[in-house]
Design a protein around this ligand. Structure first.
Ligand SMILES: NC(=O)c1ccc[n+]([C@@H]2O[C@H](COP(=O)([O-])OP(=O)(O)OC[C@H]3O[C@@H](n4cnc5c(N)ncnc54)[C@H](O)[C@@H]3O)[C@@H](O)[C@H]2O)c1
Length: 254
């Protein structure tokens, strides 16, 4: 997708160094936004920023000073995509307090901090759009995935709360829930090669895993004026997984 002429709007994307975050940066740049690509991995953020003609910033979303520093350095913000997320899969019986804190700090606290810090910039220019990344695991929980589904269920609640509390400032908040999307962070789960991904993808009603670009399309919808009367909503972009019964999955596997 090509880069469009910048139209003056600014999008901040967290976890922009790779995977879904990088795809979102490409899509928003193509839609004419100037992208601030942020990531805890500064080198990765720089690669994305260079590719989309944006700027890179190192940002740990769970660090209040980092987040304040980013907000203080910006003159405007029209779109915030809270995409940075981590997971470490393990049965509940095996998870430690440190692990729980780490996942909640990035996925939940990070979303709160970025929202708190950047919403005032949006309000000052009359409004904006916040898009949070949740997950199908917030809706249908597989075993052995630790605190991750709880963190993403919290993101859904936060999205609705943000929508209600910031509506009067002209700020909309919605969430996108990806299904099975091979990215650098998920190759262990979905298979590193295309053949494995194709075989495993047949459990999805639409017959295949999704792509980061397909998630970026949904994020772009919520970021744009096309969704100007939509707030507090969750869109699962999952090829039908959240609505498929176990019977479908067993049939697809056999
Ligand atoms: N890929 C999927 O199948 C899938 C499914 C459901 C939900 N999601 C969600 O989509 C989002 C992106 O997933 P992905 O697969 O692209 O992940 P990924 O691991 O490929 O990329 C995540 C990026 O976030 C960055 N990051 C991690 N911790 C950070 C922090 N504290 N501050 C700032 N940046 C940080 C990483 O450096 C990395 O660049 C996540 O929120 C994830 O939970 C992904």
């Amino acid at each position: 997708m090509g880069r469009a002429q910048a139209d003056g709007r600014v999008a901040v994307v967290t976890g922009a160094g790779r995977g879904i975050g990088a795809a979102v940066c490409h899509r928003l740049a193509a839609d004419g936004l100037s992208v601030v690509a942020t990531d805890i991995d500064e080198a990765a953020a720089q690669v994305t920023a260079a590719a989309v003609g944006g700027v890179a910033r190192r940002l740990d979303v769970s660090d209040p000073d980092d987040v304040r520093g980013l907000a203080g350095s910006l003159e405007r913000c029209d779109v915030l995509v809270n995409n940075a997320g981590i997971w470490r899969f393990a049965p509940l019986a095996k998870i430690t307090p440190e692990y729980v804190r780490a996942v909640l700090d990035t996925n939940v606290l990070g979303t709160v901090l970025c929202t708190q810090a950047l919403a005032p910039l949006m309000a000052q220019q009359g409004g904006g759009a916040i898009v949070n990344l949740t997950s199908i695991t917030a809706h249908a929980i597989p075993p052995g995935v630790g605190i991750y589904p709880a963190s993403k269920a919290a993101v859904i609640a936060l999205t609705k709360q943000t929508a209600i509390e910031y509506a009067s400032k002209g700020i909309r908040a919605n969430a996108v829930g990806p299904g099975f999307i091979p990215t650098p962070g998920t190759l262990d789960t979905y298979g590193a090669d295309e053949e494995t991904q194709r075989e495993r993808g047949c459990i999805v009603p639409l017959g295949r895993y999704g792509t980061p670009d397909e998630i970026a399309d949904a994020v772009a919808f919520f970021a744009s004026d096309a969704s100007r009367y939509v707030t507090g909503q969750v869109l699962f972009v999952d090829g039908g997984v959240t609505e498929a019964s176990m019977l479908f999955m067993f049939a697809a596997q056999s």
